[in-house]
Design a binder for this molecule. Sequence first.
Ligand code: AHG
Ligand code: MN
Ligand code: MN
Length: 334
Amino acid sequence: MKKILFTRYLVEQQRDHGHIPSQLRLLLEVVARACKGISQAVNKGALGGVLGTAGSENVQGEVQKKLDIIANEVLIEANEWGGHLAAMASEEMDGIYVVPNRYPQGEYLLLFDPLDGSSNIDVTVSSGTIFSVLTRPEGASGVEEKDFLQPGHQQVAAGYCVYGPQTTLVLTVGDGVAMFTLDREQGSFVLTEENVRIPEDTKEFAINMSNMRHWDQPVKRYIDECLQGKEGPRSKDFNMRWIASMVADVHRILTRGGVFMYPWDKREPEKAGKLRLMYEANPMAWLIEQAGGAATNARQRILDLQPTKLHERVSVVLGSKNEVERITRYHTEA
Ligand code: AHG
Ligand code: MN
Ligand code: MN
């Protein structure tokens, strides 16, 4: 079988469909290269002295792991000099990072969660990098935070790289979803799956069950019906999978279907949910939709939400279409 490397895939996509201009291709190659570096650091684990906490907190008040900071730095250093970007935003930085004056500024904006599921790293469970690419609004001279506040349907590329037993990069540029596995001997991402499709029905759900007492009634109703199995209204037995790395949970769903939920709950009622709209929910929602699934905030399509701030949070329900539609209906009916 002939090996199609990431670069070749991008070049051929551009040639055949014309939706990866050369600056975007450069951006995606740079992100892929940064992910290889992060994968190396994650793999070294205790040998690299990279495990444990860094002793600081991010803007969301979460304790930062050493690897959260390392991954953030790797992505910034890789991306700032190429001339393809105007600015970046990250879970691990309070404000936006404008490309320094000494480098040329490009037309793209890059958002990322440098390391999703970082609480799992010390126990060698999968984690990953999530990214979203937007175009800078036309005519703007400088670049400001408000330039990033675009709904998810305006993304021009989105993806993630999961660091697990394999390192796999998953990408959409709006023409389906492709997966690339890192060939460590060669140091290249190789195309291993194209036209990824999510089955419309599933018997597998992912939610942090320990939060059950804080959930809203429609979420309780849905999970309760699943738990009743064959004897209940769903007339089938369900299985639960919860990795606590969104990136790994989404990867499972893209691979074999399922539904993932991180809904609003009563613990912090003023916040919409735990996950962040711009660099977690939006890129994942687009990938899921591109693979034939659905993604809502339990009421509306995630990709249509107008962000109001960079680190905005959102409820997330995504995965197999019929299941997401059911959960969304339970909410809108309530
Ligand atoms: P991050 O490591 O980037 O802060 O994100 C972790 C997220 C997500 O990956 C996962 O679904 C969720 O947090 C798990 O949180 P809880 O264990 O608090 O439920
Ligand atoms: Mn995350
Ligand atoms: Mn993170």
